[in-house]
Write a new protein. Structure first.
Ligand SMILES: Nc1ncnc2c1ncn2[C@@H]1O[C@H](COP(=O)(O)OP(=O)(O)OP(=O)(O)O)[C@@H](O)[C@H]1O
Length: 377
């Protein structure tokens, strides 16, 4: 599925006019502050239910307003529809998200019906963001890598979202018991058994998706032939030492967890360990190598979903500042061969031939962004 239509109301500085996008490549250019990232951010809301650049919904609602809305129309092929309001025929799915920041209420809509769970909305549009912040996947802490892995698990394994939520709930109840000030062994055992069961299920899904990802990554490394990638090792760590059962580990660390007041072993500690010749890449790789590695990981994730017949919408924000021409071209070519939908922002007028080569430019639409308004060229 690709996002072929977008319309927003009171979302940052964006104009409320509907826009029709290509299911393939979309090139957006415009001056600083024109609204390029805001467009990607609005698209991101439909696939992630949140902003990929700020944690509070409040920041994205137009100044002076209290509620924003984002509507999206998804389709497989090219859309020649006239405008959002004219007709919904031809669209495979219609998604909507509205947030009232004063009432703190969110309304989610799929195909004209209200839905309660964000996963019902998000599963229709796998959105993968590549922006300057993405490089934290290698350079940052385990949380970024968990988020990276869980995004794919969510799209690969339909039951993952519900198990993840249950596990978060039990973890929080377990943490409350640990913080009670009195070690309530019988209550902790009840939580431990539920927690261990959910943790096992969650980790199996993570492991399965990780294995698919690791195989895709290996294939990719063979294709791109970047010599230093040969010494790389990617490993999934579930959050505890699996040679022991989780309940045993929890029992033997009771005092430690009680002292700290929260759960120290389990899925909330999971990570993807990235090593080069036995050492963590964050300590050994140059900044440029780290960036290349993140790009390869993102493409490999796209390969996993594409292998399952899912089209990923990639949002490439401001990558000119981060990646040299060779890496940008490699990324553009791989995303094309995956059949992904891609949005690329830049300040300068882009030259598609520089990404794909003369005579081999894919189908694309080009937009100039000014004061939050998109004009197609
Ligand atoms: N809540 C808001 N309401 C109204 N305008 C906003 C809001 N938040 C940001 N803006 C403005 O919207 C504009 C668009 O910002 P955006 O980050 O999308 O620009 P950009 O084209 O990506 O810029 P750059 O090239 O500098 O990254 C900016 O001028 C900003 O000041």
């Amino acid at each position: 599925m690709a996002l072929v239509r977008l319309q927003t109301e009171d979302f940052r500085n964006l104009s409320p006019d509907p826009v029709t996008f290509s299911p393939s490549f979309n090139l957006l250019y415009g001056a600083n502050g024109s609204g390029k990232t805001s467009i990607l951010e609005a698209i991101g809301y439909l696939g992630l239910g949140r902003s990929f650049r700020v944690s509070r919904h409040k920041a994205v609602v137009r100044h002076g307003q209290t509620r924003f809305t984002v509507f999206g129309g998804l389709d497989r092929g090219n859309s020649d529809a006239e405008g959002w309001h004219s007709e919904s025929a031809g669209l495979s799915h219609r998604l909507g998200i509205a947030r009232d920041v004063t009432l703190k209420e969110t309304v989610l809509r799929v195909d004209g019906e209200n839905v309660r769970s964000l996963s019902r909305l998000a599963k229709h549009l796998p959105v993968s963001v590549i922006d300057p912040g993405v490089f934290d996947i290698v350079a940052g802490g385990p949380g970024k890598r968990r988020q990276f892995l869980d995004w794919a698990v969510f799209h690969v394994e339909p039951s993952f979202a519900s198990i993840w939520q249950q596990c978060q709930r039990v973890t929080s109840q377990r943490n409350q018991t640990l913080r009670n000030g009195r070690l309530d062994e019988s209550l902790l055992r009840v939580w431990d058994s539920q927690y261990a069961q959910l943790s096992e299920q969650l980790s199996e899904h993570r492991q399965d998706t990780f294995d698919q990802f690791a195989r895709a990554f290996e294939r990719l490394v063979d294709e791109v032939d970047v010599p230093w990638t040969r010494g790389l090792k990617l490993e999934f760590f579930p959050g505890w030492d699996r040679s022991q059962s989780l309940p045993e580990i929890l029992m033997s660390h009771r005092e430690q967890e009680f002292k700290i007041g929260h759960t120290l072993y389990g899925p909330n500690r999971a990570d993807i360990r990235l090593k080069f010749q036995g050492r963590p890449v964050a300590e050994t790789f140059s900044r440029g190598q780290q960036k290349t590695l993140v790009i390869l990981m993102k493409i490999a994730q796209g390969m996993v979903l594409s292998g399952l017949g899912r089209q990923v919408t990639f949002l490439l924000d401001d990558i000119n500042a981060e990646l040299d021409m060779g890496h940008r071209a490699m990324l553009a070519q791989k995303l094309r061969s995956l059949g992904s939908q891609v949005f690329i922002t830049s300040i300068e007028h882009p030259a598609p031939e520089s990404l794909w080569g003369m005579g081999d430019v894919p189908e694309y639409r080009m937009f100039h962004v000014e004061h939050g308004k998109l004009t197609e060229e």
